[in-house]
Each structure stands twice: as structure tokens, then as C-alpha cells.
Design a protein around this ligand. Structure first.
Ligand code: URA
Length: 229
């Protein structure tokens, strides 16, 4: 990670303050003074501040059941950030792994481990995300085939990756995606002449939503590792 970030994660200094400490030549990596805040510091490097060794706090991983009318950004003018539900320290260091719309509910992952979230959201990873969808019109039976083959969404140049649609009843279905384009579920149904009335994410990879709406828990190390595979 960047040296300034390494300092923030090991102390109570802000990013700006960390960068000042580096400029003041008070930070060494493996015994050598480093003056660029953007230099990389590996977890195995010995980083010192005023000759005192620094140890970054462990990364944090949360699973949260997002309520409607909350947003997946740190600040918003209309709705509160979903982060307000986490009574955790240093909220500003956390980010959401992929976003859900303000009106979407369900499984959301939150972390301060940028590499982990980047890996999890990369389309090559093909991590399954399962959504429960309620539609405003009956789902036509040929939609499952369209989604399986991939459809071209408005304004895009590549079709969606094969998606699995399990129709529960005429107005309700489970949709499994392995990518996360902007408003993807809503746009896919819109392309079939339908409209999503309610959307709920119930699974990511092997991780099922197992906390009540508005509640959260930390992931176990095993769950973190499983999602990294
Ligand atoms: N697709 C959407 O359209 N909205 C979400 O919140 C998630 C996936």
C-alpha cells in the first residue's frame, strides 16, 4: 500500500498529516528515509516514524443488510449513508464492495481492504451475485433465454455476460449475475419491456445474507479467504 496510507493505518494521523511527516523526513522504510508519500510500503517492510516501528491495524470486513433509502456513498444530499449503520471506528476509511441503488435492499460488503474489493468486483473473477427481483408486469417466459445468451444494454458495446433467471411466479424471480454494471438488473429487465419494482441482493459467492435488515456482522477470516479465491 502507499506509504502515507500505511502510516494512517498504523496511527491516528490523517492522510495529509502522514504526507507531512514523510516530507519532514521522519519516516524510514527498511532503514532508509523515504520522501514520497506515494511510495509503496509492503506489509513485510519495516516502516518507522521517528525511529519507532509502525504496525498497520488489520483490515476490516463487514457484511451488512442494507435497508431501502440509504446510499452506498460516504455522503449524499438526500439519503443517509449506509455506513452510519456500522458502529465502527474510522468510518471514512471504509468503502462498499460494489454499490446498491438507494431503493435496493440486501447483502452489502464493506471493507477497508482495497485489493480484496478490487479482486472481488473484477469481471474476470465471475463471482455470483443473486438478486430477488419483483417486477411490475408478468415476466415473459423467453426472458430466461435472452438473459442466458446475453443482451446488449442501451449505450453499451458488449452484451451482458450469461445470467441465470429462475422464475418463481409471474411477478417474482431470482437473477444470478457474475458482473456488476451500472443499474444492471433494472436495465436488463427494462430492455425486455418490464420494470423492477423491488430489488434485494441475497447472496454474493457462497455468502448468504444472515442478518436482519439494518444489521451487520464481521466476516470470518474463512469467509474473507473464500471470497478471494
Ligand atoms: N442492479 C441494479 O439495477 N441495482 C442495484 O442496486 C444492483 C444491481
Amino acid at each position: 500500500m502507499r506509504l502515507d496510507k500505511f502510516i494512517c493505518k498504523s496511527t491516528e494521523y490523517s492522510l495529509l498529516e502522514a504526507s507531512g511527516l514523510i516530507e519532514e523526513r521522519r519516516v524510514r522504510v527498511n532503514g532508509l528515509v523515504v520522501t514520497k508519500a506515494s511510495s509503496q510500503a509492503h506489509i513485510n517492510n519495516i516502516v518507522t516514524l521517528d525511529n519507532e516501528p509502525l504496525t498497520p491495524r488489520p483490515f476490516r470486513y463487514f457484511l451488512l443488510n442494507k435497508p431501502a433509502d440509504t446510499v452506498c456513498s460516504n455522503v449524499d444530499e438526500v439519503f443517509p449513508s449506509v455506513l452510519n449503520l456500522l458502529n465502527a471506528e474510522r468510518l471514512s476509511e471504509l468503502h462498499m464492495v460494489g454499490r446498491l441503488d438507494a431503493d435496493t435492499t440486501g447483502l452489502l460488503l464493506v471493507t477497508d481492504d482495497g485489493h480484496w474489493s478490487f479482486n472481488l468486483t473484477s469481471p474476470e473473477k465471475k463471482c455470483e451475485k443473486v438478486y430477488k427481483v419483483m417486477l411490475s408486469r408478468p415476466i415473459s417466459p423467453d426472458v430466461a433465454k435472452l438473459f442466458r445468451e446475453g443482451i446488449l444494454l442501451q449505450g453499451e458495446s458488449t452484451p451482458t455476460l450469461p445470467a441465470k433467471l429462475k422464475i418463481i411466479d409471474p411477478y417474482n424471480a431470482l437473477l444470478t449475475l457474475t458482473e456488476g454494471r451500472f443499474h444492471q438488473v433494472k436495465r436488463m429487465f427494462f430492455a425486455t419491456g418490464n420494470r423492477v419494482k423491488a430489488l434485494h441482493r441475497q447472496r454474493i459467492g457462497n455468502l448468504e445474507l444472515d442478518v436482519d435488515i439494518g444489521h451487520w456482522r464481521s466476516l470470518t477470516l474463512e469467509e474473507v479467504g473464500d471470497l478471494s479465491l
